[in-house]
Design a binder for this molecule. Structure first.
Ligand code: HEC
Ligand code: HEC
Length: 426
């Protein structure tokens, strides 16, 4: 009986695969592994030319991601740091860091989250002490830190189709009455006006495209206005114009008819290109007991961690139009298998910070499943960086993850240690 059922499913899957292949006219080609390394070298074939030319192009883009901006270049008036690499650096440019950001707000009488004056982001630095932001009063009683995220391999994450994310969500048990049900949110794509796409970047899935994220980060982290974000942040709602020596009105180098704010060279394009060109975080079992890693690896699936921390995702086929039609998946990024250990969906695992960004009030206590690839480069865990130990990070999950975490609690001491050893290999 069981065997019959399985083969029927297999036949159905095969028919479906064939139908999909012929419908889209794409020659069915087996997906290949995405390149993964912390080696300061680009995804092969992302740039044109010889290997040396590709490396030179990547190095030039990386230099812009690492470039420290000063007041003359538009830094501030309120900001968090001087370069992307200041917060995205470990163990190579584009990775993580211990730097956090600060967000705050409060609830109105109806239980809806309301930003602190001027926005929930409280910038930690200013070019003049008179406009320094801080949590303005105890009335802003919902607040949290957010750790810097890894951007390495994010070109592959961007290249995941909406359908693939939807399929992952549909397969989670909660959609049929169980506990785990990931939430998809559609967010605006800055470079495709009026278009939305499923968010997959940021702790709240607040962005879907790396160019949109780069534009947002250039303004919010460095205070540098650019063609999709032309208005400076305030200091707790008060204008900073009197402290802003650089006008937000420079023509774009590539098209003088467009206002590029403080970013005439369009560095936001380069930031996005650098992140798209970067390889995925690699695994490493150096110094670990191989048998323990293997045992922990199976336990991770067996007790249900992989329902949210999804192991294998295949990116869209080369030629697929994404980001509201503004970007075409290239051969270097398309049809690649990645191992992000995330479903890129929002979940309530009992750690919610209460803050709403692009996802509406429903997302106040939801967070994106933390991608575990490259996790061994991190000492401060969870969105607020306040958990400093792997086992404690697991035990901090509740809400939708309660059943899975109870499975973890029921493991033997040896098995729990094996699961943690497996995490050290990511
Ligand atoms: C002050 C530190 C800081 C600086 C500077 C900074 N970032 Fe970030 N970055 C963060 C933090 C913190 C997050 C997580 C924010 C969140 O989701 O709330 C993040 C998230 C991201 C993500 C999402 C990654 C993912 O996989 O979800 C991208 C992309 C990104 N930053 C790009 C940039 C770019 C490009 C720059 C330069 C223009 C930049 N960042 C500058 C701290 C920083
Ligand atoms: C219901 C979905 C879900 C399940 C099931 C789940 N997680 Fe998570 N996991 C999350 C979310 C969401 C976060 C981010 C929470 C936060 O930052 O507050 C997270 C964060 C983590 C982190 C912190 C990573 C970092 O870089 O900060 C670790 C480690 C982790 N999970 C491991 C596990 C393990 C091991 C299991 C199985 C025992 C598991 N998770 C089960 C959703 C889940």
């Amino acid at each position: 009986m069981k065997i019959l059922k399985l083969s029927a499913v297999a036949a159905f899957a095969l028919a479906l695969a064939l139908a999909t292949a012929s419908r889209s006219g794409v020659h069915s080609q087996a997906a290949t592994e995405a390149p993964a390394a912390f080696d300061n070298a680009p995804v092969p074939g992302f740039y044109a030319g010889t290997t040396a030319q590709q490396q030179a192009a990547f190095d030039a883009d990386r230099a812009v991601f690492e470039e420290r901006d000063d007041i003359a270049k538009g830094l501030g008036p309120v900001y968090n740091a001087q370069s992307c690499a200041e917060c995205h650096q470990n163990p190579v440019t584009g990775g993580i860091s211990q730097i956090t950001e600060f967000r705050a707000g409060h609830q109105d009488g109806f239980g809806n989250f309301v930003d602190a004056p001027g926005g929930s982001l409280i910038n930690d630095r200013a070019i003049n002490a008179r406009i320094q932001e801080r949590r303005p009063s105890t009335a802003e009683n919902i607040f949290t830190f957010r750790t810097s995220l890894n951007t390495l391999g994010d070109g592959f994450v961007e290249a995941i189709s909406n359908t693939t994310l939807q399929n992952i969500a549909n397969a989670q048990p909660g959609q049929s009455g169980g506990q785990i049900a990931g939430l998809l949110i559609a967010v605006p794509v800055a470079e495709a006006s009026g278009q939305t796409r499923f968010g997959r970047f940021g702790w709240k899935d607040q962005q879907a495209s790396l160019l949109s994220f780069a534009s947002d980060a250039y303004l919010n982290e460095q205070g540098i206005t650019n063609r999709f974000n032309l208005v400076e942040n305030t200091s707790l709602g008060n204008s900073v114009a009197a402290y802003d020596p650089v006008p937000d009105t420079a023509p774009c180098a590539s098209n003088a008819a467009v206002n590029c704010g403080e970013d005439p060279d369009e560095d936001i394009n380069v930031f996005a290109r650098f992140m798209r060109a970067s390889k995925a975080p690699p695994r490493d079992t150096f110094g670990l007991n191989a048998n323990d890693v293997a045992a922990g690896d199976s336990l991770f699936n067996a007790i249900g961690c992989a329902i949210c921390h999804v192991r294998n995702i295949t990116t869209a086929a080369p030629g697929t139009l994404i980001n509201g039609g503004a970007f075409t998946v290239s051969a270097a990024l398309g049809n690649k298998i990645i191992h992000p250990f995330s479903d890129f969906l929002l979940h309530d695992v009992g750690t919610g910070d209460g803050i709403v960004q692009n996802g509406g009030q429903i997302s106040a206590n939801q967070l994106r499943t933390a991608p575990l690839w490259g996790m061994r480069t991190r000492g401060r865990l969870m969105h607020d960086g306040e958990t400093t130990n792997r086992t404690e990070a697991i035990l901090r999950h509740a809400g939708e993850a309660t059943g899975v975490i109870n499975n973890f609690r029921n493991l033997s001491t040896t098995q729990r240690a094996q699961l943690v050893t497996f995490l050290q290999s990511l």
